[in-house]
Design a protein. Sequence first.
Length: 156
Amino acid sequence: MTLTKEERLKKLKEIAIPVDPNAEWRQRAEKAAENKEWEEDAFIIAFKVLDALKAQSITQRDLAQRLGVKPQAITKIVKGRQNLTLGTMRKLEAALGISLISLSKPVENQYKYMVKMVPINIHYSTTSRIYHNDVASMTKKVRKPKSTLQRLKQSA
């Protein structure tokens, strides 16, 4: 006797072993799916850093000394496991003399408002987690100053 597709599926579900939702492999897979986009960028940056190190005959330990970090931090970067901040990327660029990212500068009158950044204090715990105040509450919108040409037109 031949079973229908629905009957075979039902029988398979009855004998299948349920998956533990807390299984380590499942958690790693879910985390990888969530972080896929930034991990791809991290690998691109890792390859650029490795190429620069090789081209300049610099060791990872030398780069760590230039940046004032532990060699393990550089290992994470070159393996694509580090979610880098813009500041860290700029430090890497300066230390290696390369460009990792490029941002276009705004043209005149592109933005109606500019954001004035206020310095924040960052406190590090012994577990290296960063605690800081809400950045949104530390920034405020300010009107963009008028250009010299606009001021001359108003006074005329």
